[in-house]
Write a protein that binds this ligand. Structure first.
Ligand SMILES: [Zn+2]
Length: 448
């Protein structure tokens, strides 16, 4: 007799469901079948796989709403370590211009593995440069091979140095070619169905690296294709000053004028949104990818997340690219988001529970995934299992307070019901080989 395609997680110490009521269920079992959660409760049984979770906290998989996976190949580059955003970019552009398809694939896989080990089951990615024949497809292949639920976005830059832009001319593309390639990758890879493992978005890099026309055309194209829009917005003071000088308005106004608000849009950073812009985002359903470590690393400031949440803005978390303290650990990012609000507003500004909710349900809402981000019957079987028996949680009085005292890597991780991390190890690829390839590439690039 063949076993059913199901797995029972048995005897979890606590399950944080992230459902509407915020239910927390002690001594709980979860049954998954064909990629979907089919039962949650006590005393369940199964003829399929059974995994004991005694002493563990089970949460929905974490959701990462902003990343540049390719940057995992340029971490801690000396010339960029202490620079502000624009200087950091100018150090790294010449290195990135030597990347090709192989670099894109391997760096994406390293970044995705790092996310998985830190509890992430769904990530977006923002790839905005395509040197030497690189394509978005390289990262999509990397995600499929490792088993990550993936929302790649087709980024772009079109204003190079000779037109007064920041990137070198070799890294910018023709605007018509950008739009054509957006259509190509959407038609080839976008899956809008429930349980989708790949949804493509359209994502000009930032208002200062493409023209006003491309911003507008990208929004029209995305609406025509029913895909989401993403970019960087209001990241720091330089960013605001640039917007006022070049566009004669603040970033929120610029976004609104060009069709870049709505529940199919999410913006990264938004550190410098003012009261009117927060109100605009709340009213229009526009989402925010909050990247606290990146904001610290680049000295950009503290995003007004408390104010955004209170106003009703959808907020998710992003590790960002290697700007993010050069690391990509999503559960540490969640902890940082909690700490950063407390720095500006006091110890009661954000609880460990709320930060974890932002990291799971919040991210799923920003990415338009109401089939993910919570543990409930009928939702996708994306689960993170945290072993609370180890040193980091020893003496913890409140299992739900993972972000105050708990492990920073998962014991097990399920994506679409598949066990992609087992006992702390990635199951789908040979990670040590991938890391060795990445290190060899980094060495070759540093010689170049
Ligand atoms: Zn970014």
């Amino acid at each position: 007799m063949t076993k059913p395609n199901e797995t029972l997680i048995r005897n979890a110490r606590l399950v944080l469901t992230m459902d509407d009521a915020g239910s927390e269920i002690p001594n709980c079992d979860i049954l998954m079948r064909d990629g979907v959660i089919v039962e949650v409760g006590q005393g369940l049984s199964s003829a399929g796989q059974v995994l004991d979770a005694a002493g563990c906290l089970v949460t929905p998989g974490l959701v990462n709403t902003h990343h540049h996976l390719y940057q995992s190949l340029t971490r801690a580059v000396p010339g960029g370590q202490d620079a502000l955003l624009f200087g950091w970019l100018q150090t790294l552009y010449p290195i990135w211009s030597r990347f090709g398809p192989e670099e894109m694939y391997v760096s994406a896989q390293v970044g995705l593995a790092e996310l998985m080990l830190s509890g992430c089951t769904l990530t977006s990615d923002h790839l905005y440069l395509y040197p030497n024949g690189s394509r978005l497809d390289d990262t999509i292949a990397a995600a499929a091979d490792i088993g990550m639920r993936f929302h790649p976005t087709r980024g772009s830059m079109s204003i190079g140095e000779s037109d007064g832009g920041l990137p070198p001319d070799s890294l910018v593309e023709d605007e018509r070619a950008i739009l054509e390639d957006c259509i190509r990758v959407i038609d080839a890879h976008h899956d809008a169905s429930d349980g989708s493992m790949c949804r493509v978005g359209v994502a000009p890099c930032s208002p200062f690296s493409v023209s006003r026309d491309l911003m507008r055309d990208a929004a029209v194209l995305a609406r025509d294709k029913r895909v989401m829009l993403h970019t960087h917005l209001a990241e720091n003071d330089e960013d605001i000053a640039y917007s006022l000088e070049k566009f004669g308005c603040r970033p929120g106004q610029y976004a609104q004028d060009l069709g870049w608000t709505g529940d199919d849009v999410w913006h990264a950073h938004c550190v410098k949104l003012d009261d009117q812009e927060i109100d605009l985002f709340a009213r229009s359903g526009t989402g925010v990818a909050h990247c606290p470590c990146s904001n610290c690393r680049l000295g950009s400031g503290i995003a007004p997340v408390r104010q955004m949440r209170d106003a009703g803005v959808k907020v998710g978390l992003g590790v960002d690219g290697s700007a993010s303290t050069d690391a990509g650990n999503l559960v540490l990012e969640a902890r940082q988001s909690m700490l950063l609000q407390r720095v500006s507003l006091g110890a009661d500004a954000m609880s460990a529970r709320e930060a974890l909710r932002i990291a799971t349900r919040g991210g799923a809402e920003v990415l338009g995934r109401d089939d993910c981000g919570q543990i409930a019957i009928g939702k996708r079987a994306d689960l993170a299992i945290w072993d609370m028996n180890g040193i980091e949680a020893a003496g913890n009085w409140d299992t739900a307070a993972l972000l105050l005292a708990g492990p920073t890597q998962v014991r097990d991780l399920f994506i679409e019901g598949r066990r992609v991390v087992a006992s702390g190890q990635i199951t789908s690829i040979d990670l040590s080989k991938t890391i060795a390839r990445q290190n060899a590439m980094a060495l070759a690039l540093s010689d170049g």
